[in-house]
Design a protein around this ligand. Structure first.
Ligand SMILES: O=C(O)c1ccccc1NCC(=O)[C@H](O)[C@H](O)COP(=O)(O)O
Length: 263
């Protein structure tokens, strides 16, 4: 049966074809480098990657009433370590224009949250000001994952390699990734469980990578739970996008790290 991830990847293939056919010259990034890894190395609390996400396949419309640069500015002032911007338009109502607006509004590292299957998309992400790209193991052949990982690193970008089970994690670790994202959401069924982070944390941490727990984190208890499992950071979208008081929501998620976890 065709899953939503299959549909997203089909759409991405069409977008990449259009990019290739347009022969548009994609300029090199004119924006300064920003490193999430450097922040994680010295963090004293669970790092928060705060996401700008208007809509999603699992939730439909989340919040279409706030501008990306305004939301990102509040995230930065509330203590975010990085900002994630959904750039997919078909399924998430995002865009690369959103990414650029966020780049111009904040000094934080920015993650381009998209479904990358081609080096061309990495060029576009970088040109719009991304410092980090996402590679989803479930969406790529292993050889493609390695090729895209090396390409992004060659452009000076950091790479968050996303997994949802042990098999994917073992594939991810073969790239030598320093940033492993464990997505608590199954992208095929939309089921969300923080147990996924608990199950994979030990193997991910043994490799020396920083562990980011992604999706389904809403409360202080959720943040503490994945922190206790060994996460260095969390990626939070919906909870912040629907919050009536972002600073207050942030304060609850800002929990101290256990000593030595990022050494
Ligand atoms: O969020 C979805 O419905 C979704 C569906 C299919 C592929 C990816 C999807 N989301 C991307 C993400 O991983 C999340 O935006 C991110 O981790 C934040 O999750 P949340 O805090 O639960 O909004």
């Amino acid at each position: 049966m065709e899953t939503i991830l299959d549909r997203i990847i089909e759409q991405k293939k069409k977008e990449v074809l259009l990019l290739q056919e347009s022969k548009e010259i994609i300029l090199e990034s004119e924006f300064p480098k920003r490193s999430l890894i450097e922040k994680l190395q010295t963090a004293k609390e669970l790092s928060i990657i705060a996401e700008y996400k208007r809509a999603s396949p699992s939730k439909g419309l989340i919040n279409n009433g706030v501008e990306p640069e305004v939301q990102a500015f509040i995230y930065e002032n509330s203590g975010a370590s990085a900002i994630s911007v959904l750039t997919d338009s078909t399924f998430f109502k995002g865009s690369f224009a959103d990414l650029k607006k966020v780049r111009q509004a904040v000094n934080l590292p920015i993650l381009c949250k998209d479904f990358i299957i081609s080096p061309l998309q990495i060029d576009v992400a970088s040109a719009h000001g991304a410092n980090i790209i996402l590679l989803i193991v479930a969406a790529l052949e292993e050889s493609q994952l390695h090729e895209l990982f090396q390409y992004a690193k060659g452009k000076g970008l950091e790479v968050l390699v996303e997994v949802h089970n042990q098999n994917e994690l073992e594939i991810a670790l073969k790239t030598g990734a320093k940033l492993i994202g464990v997505n608590n959401r199954d992208l095929k069924t939309f089921t969300v469980s923080l147990e996924v982070t608990e199950q994979l944390a030990e193997i991910a941490k043994k490799s020396g990578a920083f562990l980011i727990s992604e999706s389904g984190i809403h409360t202080e208890q959720d943040a503490q739970r994945v922190r206790n499992a060994g996460a260095n950071g969390i990626l939070v979208g919906e909870a912040l996008m629907v919050s009536q008081d972002i600073e207050k929501s942030f304060m609850k998620l800002r929990v101290p790290l256990q000593e030595g976890v990022n050494k």
